[in-house]
Design a protein around this ligand. Structure first.
Ligand code: CMX
Length: 133
């Protein structure tokens, strides 16, 4: 497979507004987009540093994956997303090599990217996302 760069780092937060304030007022970054991904039950806020983005994630429902994550582990690093050339092929290769896929087929994520998740139980504890345009 061909990973090209870290597309974004996902960070689970309880309150998007409070977290955006920290990234803007303390770190001096600029939030350039806020987007709800209904299917994932999250509201996201995006920042860019170089070619990598930071994606803040607030759950919109107590039974969403981000709410469950915060309940178990608290706020913090939630997932690591790699940009990949040939998303379907990369998924097939990962599965062939024994990785459990959460998404066997790509689906639409934030920013209209095609995305798919690999299960953290087979990626050394890091929920891993592949993305492509
Ligand atoms: N990072 C590391 N481990 C995680 C995790 C994460 N983000 N989320 C869950 N886990 C772990 C849990 O701690 C748990 O471990 P133990 O069995 O040791 O307790 C295990 O995975 C199972 O977790 P669970 O709470 O029982 O939850 P589910 O099995 O129902 O779901 C997962 C886990 C990863 C399959 C689900 O959260 C998922 O499908 N995630 C991908 C989608 C997602 O997170 N979307 C939000 C982002 C939206 C976006 O960027 O567009």
């Amino acid at each position: 497979m061909e990973l090209t760069h870290i597309e974004h780092i996902g960070i689970a937060v309880k309150c998007l507004n409070d977290a955006v304030k920290y990234y803007e007022d303390v770190l001096g970054l600029k939030c350039y987009a806020i987007e709800e991904v209904k299917e994932q039950k999250v509201k996201t806020a995006f920042f860019k540093i170089g070619q990598t983005k930071i994606e803040l994630l607030e759950s919109t429902s107590p039974d969403g994956p981000v709410a469950k994550f915060i309940e178990k582990k608290g706020e913090g690093l939630h997932h690591l997303a790699f940009a990949v050339n040939g998303l379907e092929q990369a998924l097939g290769e990962a599965e062939e090599k024994g990785v459990t896929l959460i998404d066997k087929k790509p689906r639409k994520g934030a920013e209209n990217l095609n995305i798919a998740f690999l299960h953290p139980k087979s990626t050394f504890g890091v929920l891993t996302e592949f993305c492509s345009k």
